[in-house]
Design a protein around this ligand. Structure first.
Ligand code: ADP
Length: 259
């Protein structure tokens, strides 16, 4: 649990880091925009023109450096898919999630009796979960019930214009009693850097991580919301057969007809 909490704190630090980068980037864009506005003046003296041009060029260089730093940071986290039971993972991160939400939010978790295996990157799964739980906490203003419900062998519904997908999915619904999301914003929440939170609180990168992870794993994310009542995010991941434990595999191999 202690390690899980450290992980959550690390994720918050990563959020702050990327938020800081986004903020710096915005400042650079502001410099470029105002320089270009000056450059559009027909009466601008030649000496000032070349100064503004140099400023634009310099600022573009700094922006390029910033994005390449961000990219090399992102690349370090290559996906390492592994097979795990979603219900089992939910149990093992329960303490961490409670630490994230605080004492005034009750987390009500329901998992099926049968195991529900998926193949995905485990740390990205936990990051996605934390991102959605942090959003739920913020939407609930720190109090209420947060419901986590895992369903096995679900079908992936048609989402955002895509057809319903066949196959079996593990569906993890995260339902909050928060402020909800206005219908006209629903289509924008997954965009990188889209946030309605105040500066320094939101990065707008949480849900883009969630949807990126879901799609790279062969799944998707659905959202339904009722303003004033709450929001439900459902993470779909393709279900796989349970892995055969190594010792059983060995038995089968040695027991099966040696030539
Ligand atoms: P951030 O949390 O940094 O703002 P996200 O990408 O995680 O970035 O979320 C983007 C936006 O989507 C939030 O700013 C908020 O407006 C909205 N949102 C996400 N989850 C919820 C939720 N559970 N309830 C209400 N609004 C939400």
């Amino acid at each position: 649990a202690e390690e899980a909490l450290r992980h959550a704190q690390k994720m918050e630090a990563v959020g702050q880091l990327t938020g800081g980068v986004a903020h710096d980037f915005n400042n650079l864009l502001t410099v470029i925009k105002s320089s270009v506005e000056f450059l559009q003046r027909p009466d601008l003296p030649a000496e000032r023109r070349s100064r503004y041009l140099a400023a634009v060029s310099d600022t573009v260089d700094r922006a390029a450096k910033l994005t390449s730093q961000l990219l090399s940071f992102a690349r370090r986290q290559a996906l390492k898919p592994e097979v795990f039971d979603v219900g089992e993972r939910l149990a093992s991160v329960a303490d961490m999630l409670n630490a994230v939400t605080g004492a005034r939010i009750r987390i009500d978790t329901t998992v099926p009796d049968v195991p529900c295996h998926v193949r995905a990157d485990l740390s990205q799964f936990e990051t996605a979960l934390v991102n959605m739980v942090v959003n739920a906490r913020d939407a609930m203003d720190g109090a209420g019930t947060l419901t986590l419900r895992l369903t096995c062998a679900a079908t992936l519904p048609g989402i955002r214009g895509h057809a319903e997908a066949s196959g079996r999915f593990a569906a993890l619904a995260i339902a909050d009693e928060g402020v909800g999301i206005a219908p006209d914003l629903l289509s924008r929440i997954f965009e990188p850097f889209f946030t309605t939170k105040e500066v320094g609180k939101g990065t707008g990168l949480g849900l883009s991580q969630v949807i990126g992870f879901a799609k790279q794993s062969g799944g998707d994310v659905d959202v339904t919301s009722e303003p004033g009542r709450g929001t439900t995010f459902t993470l779909y991941l393709p279900q796989v057969e349970a892995p055969v434990p190594a010792e059983i595999r060995r038995e089968v191999r040695s027991g099966g007809g040696d030539r």
